[in-house]
Design a binder for this molecule. Structure first.
Ligand SMILES: Cc1cc2nc3c(=O)[nH]c(=O)nc-3n(C[C@H](O)[C@H](O)[C@H](O)COP(=O)(O)O)c2cc1C
Length: 209
């Protein structure tokens, strides 16, 4: 049975969120096409450590084999738990909303828990090398405006794709629902069209699984 991990960076209830409604459709389509176990991490409900002074100090101490405080052991333990869950998944579905041209900040915090030197990438004489392979990543993104003709404003997705590539994940797809704030009367229509693209994406991926 394949493992699907949904990483939800939107704190809204699903009924209020186009991205979460699209993500639900995506996950239901996966379930209809494949034997999968789906786990969801709600980043605004769970403890997602930030890289702060304590964490940097703990990493420094750990590298030298020095003792960590109890708090530092706990925070590195939690970070490791998040990383192991990410590594165990065959597919990761990121769900984000465009907030101020980017994604919600806890998504960056999550990325900082899984992009870890020595675990998901390493530096070699030839440059950095990704250590995570064989994993599909899908980014379901809701954007109030329509940025489809403005590639310069798609950097939230471009960053996520780049950082996943950096750790070795090349099978990446972006499924977008956008323009709902720009044309509110068409919002449901835009979501329905995005659901069709989502279904196509699932079929592409799960003919490969
Ligand atoms: C804090 C905040 C910032 C936002 N910034 C942008 C923005 O920069 N550009 C944009 O097109 N829409 C912006 N929006 C609108 C959202 O992208 C839009 O409501 C989208 O549907 C959110 O996804 P959701 O429906 O899944 O919650 C913003 C919304 C919020 C709450």
């Amino acid at each position: 049975m394949k493992k699907v991990l949904v990483v939800n960076s939107n704190p809204k209830p699903e009924s209020m969120s186009y991205g979460l409604r699209l993500a639900s459709h995506y996950v239901n389509e996966i379930k209809a096409n494949a034997d999968v176990a789906v786990t969801t991490v709600n980043l605004y409900e769970e403890h997602i450590p930030l890289i702060d002074g304590e964490v940097l100090d703990a990493w420094g101490k750990a590298a030298q084999g020095a003792d960590l405080s109890q708090g530092q052991q706990a925070v590195l333990g939690r970070m490791n738990e998040i990383l192991e869950q990410f590594l165990a998944a065959d597919m990761v579905v990121f769900v984000s909303a465009m907030w101020n041209l980017s994604y919600p900040p806890l998504l960056k915090a999550y990325i900082d828990n899984v992009v870890i030197a020595g675990r998901t990438f390493r530096y070699t004489a030839e440059g950095p090398q990704g250590l995570v392979g064989d994993k599909k990543v899908v980014h379901i993104e809701a954007r109030g405006g329509d940025y489809s003709q403005a590639p310069g404003f798609q950097f939230a997705n471009n960053y996520l794709q780049a950082v996943m590539g950096f750790i070795g994940i090349t099978e990446y797809e972006n499924v977008v629902v956008e323009g709902m704030n720009a044309t509110p009367d068409k919002a449901e229509e835009l979501l329905e069209a995005a659901k069709v693209r989502a279904t196509e994406s699932v079929k592409r991926h799960f003919s490969l699984v």
